[in-house]
Design a protein around this ligand. Structure first.
Ligand code: BDR
Ligand code: CA
Length: 323
């Protein structure tokens, strides 16, 4: 990103920061190509949201790499926002498998991020607790990776659960089928115990399940055709073209952005009350079944019109005015 674009982004951030109606947010992520796309979409909506903190967690790649990528995003798209380093590994699982076969060793596919100097606080859980304690309004949590940090937060600071408005989260699968294994979605697979704990913690989840990303998969050819007019468009293109897609090699499954789109364009979805069953036994760890239930405590996101949603996501990623 050029210095001029960075400066414009910073001015936009400063202008928006004191808006009284902006919704306070904490972001937890493991960037990750689709995390990167989700963060870009969020950075387009800073008039509505006051990003108080961004945290990294291990997931798609080891923690040092997801943290470096988070620093890159803070520098270029969220200047001035606090960032903090999160959990090195899952709560119980020892060295769960990463998803660097999909996202590349750098987590950003063919895009070279390299060492960053944006200051990082050393403990995401302490930083999250600090934001919650000091916020007058309840804070929305947005999670794009495994739920390890959030699980530790609710264990260590149970009194702060009331300060969490809800958790918008990309995790799990509707029907016991997965993308990292035959039975588990990746974020759920990486730390099933954390997911189970958060589901049962009393905090309300708004779940973007794996099926949404599969349904809104975008053909790689659509990215090729999208005219690019600036560095951001090229960045998105490089990211999209370097996903090593396992579900359908001709397409890109854009999982994490549906969480941000769910917040900024809720009219594109139905939010259906549900219950979630998370399996934690070793051979099925991370398997989930989500059942619609009018009395359910959580909500699951479902597309109203897949084609309309796909068009919206593609245009939003390329920051087209028309979207
Ligand atoms: C989830 O797993 C990760 O690889 C993606 O970033 C997304 O959060 C999809 O299953
Ligand atoms: Ca992710």
């Amino acid at each position: 990103m050029s210095d001029v674009s960075k400066a414009k982004q910073y001015i936009k951030y400063l202008e928006n920061r004191d808006l009284p109606d902006a919704e306070p947010l904490i972001i937890d992520c493991d960037p990750g190509i689709d995390d990167a796309m989700a963060l870009l979409l969020l950075s387009d909506n800073l008039a509505k949201y006051d990003v108080k903190l961004i945290c990294s967690c291990a997931g798609n790649t080891p923690i040092d790499i997801t943290t470096q990528n988070m620093q890159f995003f803070a520098t270029n798209f969220f200047p001035g926002v606090r960032i903090a380093k999160g959990s090195r590994t899952a709560l119980v699982k020892v060295n769960p498998r990463n998803a660097d076969d999909v996202h590349g060793k750098s987590g950003m596919g063919a895009y070279e991020v390299g060492p960053q100097d944006y200051p990082v606080e050393p403990d995401a859980i302490v930083a999250m607790a600090d934001v919650l304690k000091n916020s007058e309004k309840p804070v929305t949590l947005v999670t794009l990776g495994p739920l390890t940090n959030v699980a530790k937060l609710v264990i260590l600071y149970p009194d702060l659960k009331d300060k969490i408005k809800e958790v918008y989260t990309m995790i799990g699968s509707m029907n016991g089928k997965g993308n990292i294994t035959s039975y588990a979605e990746f974020n759920s697979y990486y730390d099933p115990e954390a997911f189970d704990l958060v589901v049962k913690s009393g905090v309300k989840l708004v779940i973007n399940p794996m099926q949404l990303g599969n349904e809104t998969r975008i053909p790689k050819a659509a990215f090729e055709k999208m005219p690019t007019k600036n560095l951001r468009d090229n960045f998105v293109k490089v990211l999209a073209e370097s996903i090593n897609e396992t579900v359908d090699p001709t397409c890109v499954c854009i999982y994490d952005p549906n969480t941000i789109v769910g917040m900024v364009k809720p009219e594109l979805y139905d939010f259906v009350p549900c219950n979630i069953n998370v399996y934690t036994a070793p051979k099925v760890g991370g398997k989930t079944v989500i059942t619609e239930d009018p009395n359910g405590k959580h909500l699951v996101q479902k597309a109203k019109d897949i084609e309309k949603l796909k068009t919206f996501i593609l245009r939003a990623l390329f920051n087209k005015e028309q979207y």
